[in-house]
Design a protein around this ligand. Sequence first.
Ligand code: FMN
Length: 178
Amino acid sequence: MSKIGVFYGSTYGNTANAAAKIAAHLERLLGQPIPPQDIAQVDLKTLEGYDKLLLGCSTWNIGELQYDWEALHRQLDTLDLNGKQVALFGCGDQLSYPDSFQDALGILGEKLEERGASLVGLWPVAGYEHTRSLGQRGEFFLGLALDEDNQAHLSEERIAHWVEQVFEEFGLLMRVDG
Ligand SMILES: Cc1cc2nc3c(=O)[nH]c(=O)nc-3n(C[C@H](O)[C@H](O)[C@H](O)COP(=O)(O)O)c2cc1C
């Protein structure tokens, strides 16, 4: 069984709440608890001990990583994530910061790809009103884009749908053929 971890960085608690909900869905699907961990409270090297990671980061200061991830930015260069699948999620505010909405997904995603990880859990940009995002590649965000400031009513459904998608992309769906 693959080792799965959920880590997040969060300033006002929005991404922390999302991480808790994501972990609860994973627990239901896997039948075992996956306690979310605050990235500020762990040694970054811990991430190397997991096969599959779900990493949460909000965007702050007009296009920057959330503070705890920002503080770890240089240390990220020392990580070996070869062979690991990573699913990103983040919180942002598309109406107040339309030109940098969810930039953290792009900054973190590109760094993790540089370190050998492959990203799963890409999420369609349809349904958002931003104008520009470093977190966007083609018609997709590099992970689940949540907006507790303007679209909180959509978050539960987005999370439920996305966790199912990631679970499948992680190759964890039990298939009964024939
Ligand atoms: C000073 C400030 C700067 C922000 N900059 C951005 C930004 O550039 N892009 C974005 O999408 N959201 C931005 N946000 C919105 C936050 O990402 C959003 O409120 C998020 O839900 C916070 O999540 P957290 O509590 O997990 O840190 C900013 C918020 C503040 C107060």
